[in-house]
Design a binder for this molecule. Structure first.
Ligand code: NAD
Ligand code: UDP
Length: 314
């Protein structure tokens, strides 16, 4: 049995990862400051003796003896990470240094949940790992984009300088149950708006694209990457099926049978125009590719939000 530390373990992805790790008979230590995560996401494990919850902010050092670190702590929604931009940078820089220090001391293998945002408003399509990106260093998204880029740099420098055993994964837009209702990311926003019969807010003309990965596929990829030998990454994980934001809105309206209308709002600054992962590396190194198509994943996510929005739900 491995003892595994999951930073951001009460968040959307972190909580699904905790489920999967406990299922695989690991001991799990979950660290979270509950900035964008919720206790509700991990409530099911609080009585499990192999699960430990720590309310802790990773910008402060943390000490534990562990074999693996999945480093996910960082708000992922643009609304959340821009709410306190300086804190987002601290989480990515000081938090990552603290977790690398822990990995160095314990000899644990550490995996960083980086992001497709390191490619910025990409000029290369689809995005492959060798592309260095097109990132604005002084914009509203920079706290997150540059934060993730320096987190990757720190991972590589601890690997080269201190031989820390690292893995870097660049996650592309992932969705599913347990996204917060107020999360602000596009899939949860559109589903909640459709179910509440409110207007669907498409930013800009809706021709910008994203590729949406269902959470179970992503978690399977993270776990495989952690266990693969002799490969640090960076490696893209995501679903290469690309859709415009308008197509996503229309599909959600169809699946929810909602009478909501699509309205347009201003496009946020530096919003990437096209995003789609090249997943050749993940296919080759991990024998991994996503299995869940958008329609199926959306149906599951819609069912979750229907339940969450039902009257009397805490
Ligand atoms: P999330 O906001 O639901 O989860 C992040 C978790 O980290 C939350 O529980 C939050 O409370 C916690 N956290 C934030 N700052 C912290 C700090 N200083 N100390 C301790 N805990 C802290 O987001 P998510 O979608 O689950 O994303 C998880 C990770 O994956 C993030 O690092 C994110 O950047 C990365 N990622 C996610 C996506 C995606 O589409 N979901 C895409 C790219 C990258
Ligand atoms: N978006 C939108 N309406 C919303 C939320 C987001 O049109 O209510 C758009 C956003 O401008 C972006 C895309 O959907 O082009 C994905 O946004 P999200 O915040 O989910 O993640 P991003 O990929 O931008 O980090």
């Amino acid at each position: 049995m491995n003892r595994v530390l999951v930073t951001g373990g009460a968040g959307f992805l972190g909580s699904h990862l905790c489920d999967a790790l406990l299922e695989r008979k690991n001991e799990v230590i979950c660290l979270d400051n509950f900035f964008s995560g919720r206790k509700k996401n991990i409530l099911q494990h609080l009585d499990n003796p192999y699960f430990e919850l720590n309310r802790h902010d990773i910008i402060h050092p943390f000490f534990a003896e562990v074999d693996r670190v999945f480093h996910l702590a960082c708000p992922a929604s643009p609304i959340h990470y821009q709410h306190n931009a300086i804190k987002t940078v601290k989480t990515n820089v000081m938090g990552t240094i603290n977790m690398l220090g822990l990995a160095k001391r314990t000899g644990a293998r550490i995996l960083l949940a980086s992001s497709s945002e390191v490619y910025g408003d990409a000029e290369v399509h689809p995005q492959e790992e060798k592309y260095w990106g097109n990132v604005n260093p002084v914009g509203l998204r920079s706290c997150y984009d540059e934060g993730k880029r320096v987190a990757e740099t720190l991972m590589m420098d601890y690997y080269r300088q201190n031989q820390v055993d690292i893995r870097i994964v660049r996650i592309f837009n992932t969705y599913g149950p347990r996204m917060a209702i107020q999360d602000g990311r596009v899939v949860s926003n559109f589903i909640v708006q459709a179910l509440k019969e409110e207007d669907i807010t498409v930013y800009g003309d809706g021709t910008q694209t994203r590729s949406f990965c269902y959470v179970s596929d992503l978690i399977a990829g993270l776990i495989r990457m952690m266990e693969v030998e002799d490969f640090t990454g960076p490696m893209n994980l995501g679903n290469p099926e690309e859709f415009t934001i308008l197509e996503l809105a229309e599909e959600i309206l169809r699946l929810t049978k909602s009478p909501s209308k699509i309205i347009h709002k201003p496009l946020p600054s530096d919003d990437p125009v096209r995003r789609c992962p090249d997943i050749s590396t993940a296919k080759q190194k991990l024998n991994w590719k996503p299995k869940v198509h958008l329609k199926e994943g959306l149906q599951k996510t819609i069912a979750y939000f229907r339940e969450e929005l039902s009257p009397g739900k805490p």
